[in-house]
Ligand binder design. Structure first.
Ligand SMILES: Nc1ncnc2c1ncn2[C@@H]1O[C@H](COP(=O)(O)OP(=O)(O)OP(=O)(O)O)[C@@H](O)[C@H]1O
Ligand SMILES: [Mg+2]
Length: 279
């Protein structure tokens, strides 16, 4: 109940279980907008009424962002504590180092609790790191050959790998948004791909581009998707068979911004890291 995320009227999932998101789609297909809707839901957990975008906010997911395009996601800096949003390489390393450090602090804390405890069983708020325009971000880290460039490159890839491998128990999610999310060509490591619990592909595309996202073993219906509509692959639900078509709620920008402001009113660097609501 605590971590239920609604992707569309008929599709809900447990963000704690399907923790890592990969979001693909062409320019203007609704990836970023969709992510902002998810952020509003996450940051106001738990959502007692799934027909309402915002929940009660007692378990507010703490949000961290990397957005080199400095677009809609980066504007969340307005509502977030300092140091949560990065728009260039140096900032990105700082933000992600902090995220990784907090993840390890929480892991250490969980080890002091009853055997078998997780952030989920302890009822702890989740954390999410969103990276918009993943391919461009990664390409930017791959540029340059000075010692400093190499240093940043190494840090970036080891931090992301560390998070993707250890993040389930502490409830530290990764949301990766990119026009292309296949392993080849997107700079996405296989560990990140394999740890993805949800893959979404937004908007109209040709079959080969859906195939790059979902692989060859999954059936894709012949439909034409509009902006804000997506196909979903969800771990456990669509491991074989068909991807699930979904439509994000239609929300006009002013209303979404107001919802985000309310949803992000419970962001705090210290308060939530060790907070438990269950034994
Ligand atoms: N669920 C929605 N409700 C209302 N409007 C939407 C929705 N999804 C997308 N839109 C509209 O479509 C526009 C483009 O969406 P968005 O910026 O999310 O695309 P994108 O896939 O991130 O594109 P880019 O690759 O250029 O970053 C938005 O600015 C918004 O006007
Ligand atoms: Mg975008």
């Amino acid at each position: 109940m605590n971590y239920i995320l609604t992707l569309s009227k008929s599709l809900a999932l447990n963000a704690y279980k399907q923790i890592n998101f990969l979001i693909a789609g062409a320019r203007g297909s609704g990836k970023t907008y969709g992510a902002l809707i998810l952020i509003a839901e996450l940051a106001s957990f738990p959502r007692l009424n799934k027909n309402q975008l915002l929940g009660t906010g007692q378990l507010p997911t703490q949000i961290y962002c990397v957005d080199f395009k400095n677009s809609d996601i980066a504007r969340l800096a307005e509502f977030l504590p300092a140091g949560r949003v990065a728009t260039n390489k140096n900032e990105a390393i700082k933000v992600v180092e902090e995220y990784d450090r907090k993840m390890h602090q929480r892991l250490d804390f969980i080890k002091t609790q009853k055997f078998g405890s997780t952030a989920g069983t302890l009822g702890m708020p989740m954390y999410y790191l969103w990276v918009d325009e993943w391919s461009a971000t990664n390409a930017s880290f791959n540029q340059g050959n000075t010692k400093a460039d190499k240093d940043l490159r190494y840090k970036w890839s080891s931090l992301i790998t560390d998070i993707s491998m250890l993040n389930r128990v502490p409830g530290f999610g990764l949301g990766i948004i990119s026009q292309q999310i296949s392993v080849i060509g997107s700079g996405l490591s296989t560990s990140v791909q394999e740890e993805a619990g949800i893959k979404l592909h937004y908007g109209d595309a040709n079959m080969s581009s859906y195939r790059l996202t979902f692989g060859n073993d999954i059936q894709i219906p012949e439909m034409r998707l509009e902006t804000g509509e997506a196909y979903a692959w969800i771990e456990g639900l669509t491991s074989s068979g068909y991807v699930i078509p979904l439509a994000m709620p239609e929300i006009e920008p002013d209303r979404l911004w107001k919802c985000l402001k309310t949803a992000l009113s419970n962001q705090d660097d210290d308060k939530y890291l060790f907070m438990t609501t269950k034994q």
